[in-house]
Design a protein around this ligand. Structure first.
Ligand code: HEC
Ligand code: HEC
Length: 350
């Protein structure tokens, strides 16, 4: 048998007499080639599998539901196409609020309201600016399923988590079952309940731990907050909110047309009412209000000082804000110093 090499392919040229044995040789050679190809394909598949597994970055195994919730809060796996996480809009360095007026969700869609702080929510009865959710668990489904935020149905999120080798194990270890609608939101809510802040100059002053930590200006500001500014009438309680819905005059049915609580109750009385937000860490959560219309605390104070100056045609504004406050510049600075003293720097320094 002669073997010729032609343009890279092997050809077996046989003499007619030696036909039979040459054919079996071709068969053996073909089988050999097939085997090689199969082995290569197999190796390729194994390699791809390894790559897929290694693209799952190793996560610190959580010991509790809170720790699992923390992993989830920072993981974009909860959104369609793994684009945004809760922390994309609730940034730890801004006390878990966003630092832009309106946040961007999946496919860079712009939201309709300002992302508030997700901290100090443990004692709240209502969530969202209009209070449409009544528990942190109910709240958490909101952003995931909202088409302009994370746009992923919870059942799909559960499937993704269960297809992820590490999360699946974590859920089984902590909840005794794979991820599902209930335990995903439970873990997130449990994590959020750990985000309570109280290590502030104001708290140290109030509980007598370190009365010097509250500056003299902030002490004067506290007085203005409680009396002349009437802030305390709405912002009271340990977190500076009475959990009520009030209208401070940021609704005119025209350019300011978010009707707030009315969306939930359809009661005309609630037109333009919004949840009174807590004020802990407020110095790091700018911009302010449901629409992020004020960039600084000074702008907020200037607004309260003279609401008509900013929104002259407000509808249903609360009578507490009927008259200008006549705060001097020094009083405004003191009030600002007080609001700044509500900052827990354990989180913001991270
Ligand atoms: C695309 C930005 C975005 C993402 C992502 C997002 N949020 Fe929010 N979050 C907001 C906005 C905006 C609001 C206020 C919406 C409203 O009032 O209608 C809000 C409200 C909240 C509130 C209510 C706070 C309050 O004062 O009532 C909590 C708690 C919260 N989000 C937690 C979460 C959690 C948990 C996730 C992840 C599962 C998440 N958010 C993902 C933007 C976002
Ligand atoms: C009538 C009740 C009421 C009074 C009085 C009041 N507030 Fe408010 N405050 C609210 C409501 C309601 C909002 C939320 C409005 C919105 O989101 O559009 C708010 C929002 C704020 C915000 C923005 C918080 C954020 O995270 O966006 C700050 C800061 C604030 N108030 C400080 C003050 C100060 C300082 C005073 C006193 C000068 C004061 N408030 C008086 C009800 C009140």
């Amino acid at each position: 048998m002669d073997i010729y090499y032609t343009s890279g392919a092997i050809r077996f040229l046989t003499t007619p007499a030696a036909g039979q044995p040459a054919k079996s040789l071709i068969f053996v050679q073909l089988m050999f080639c097939k085997c090689i190809i199969s082995i290569c394909l197999l190796l390729l598949l194994i390699q791809c599998g390894r790559q897929a597994a290694s693209s799952e970055k190793p996560l610190k195994p959580p010991a509790t539901s809170e720790e699992l919730g923390e992993l989830l809060f920072f993981d974009s796996i909860l959104s369609r196409g793994n684009q945004v996480s809760c922390a994309s809009c609730h940034k730890p360095e801004h006390a878990f609020a966003d630092n832009v007026a309106l946040s961007f969700g999946v496919d860079s869609t712009m939201g309709l309201r300002n992302a508030p702080s997700a901290m100090n929510q443990g004692s709240r009865n209502f969530f969202f600016h209009d209070g449409r959710a009544e528990s942190l668990e109910e709240q958490a489904t909101g952003p995931m399923e909202n088409p302009i935020e994370m746009d992923a149905q919870l059942t799909e999120v559960a499937q993704k988590l269960n297809a992820h080798s590490q999360y699946r194990t974590f859920f089984i270890k902590i909840f005794g079952r794979p991820a599902d609608r209930e335990n995903i939101v439970k873990a997130l809510a449990d994590y959020e309940r750990t985000l309570e802040t109280s290590h502030t100059p104001f708290d140290d002053y109030m509980n007598g731990k370190d009365t010097m930590r509250l500056s003299v200006a902030a002490k004067r500001g506290r007085e203005i907050f409680n009396v002349k500014g009437k802030c305390f009438d709405c912002h009271f309680g340990p977190d500076f909110t009475g959990d009520q819905f009030r209208n401070i005059g940021l609704f005119n049915g025209r350019d300011l047309n978010d009707s707030g609580r009315y969306v939930v109750t359809r009661n005309a009385r609630d037109l333009g009412r919004f949840k009174v937000p807590g004020l802990r860490n407020v110095s790091v959560t700018a911009p302010y209000m449901h629409n992020g219309m004020f960039a600084t605390l000074r702008e907020v104070i200037n607004y309260y000082n003279e609401p008509d100056h900013v929104v002259p045609n407000a509808l249903n504004r609360d009578t507490l804000l009927a008259r200008p406050l006549h705060l001097t510049d020094a009083e405004k600075s003191d009030l600002e110093a007080f609001l700044e003293a509500l900052t827990d720097d354990r989180f913001t320094k991270k």
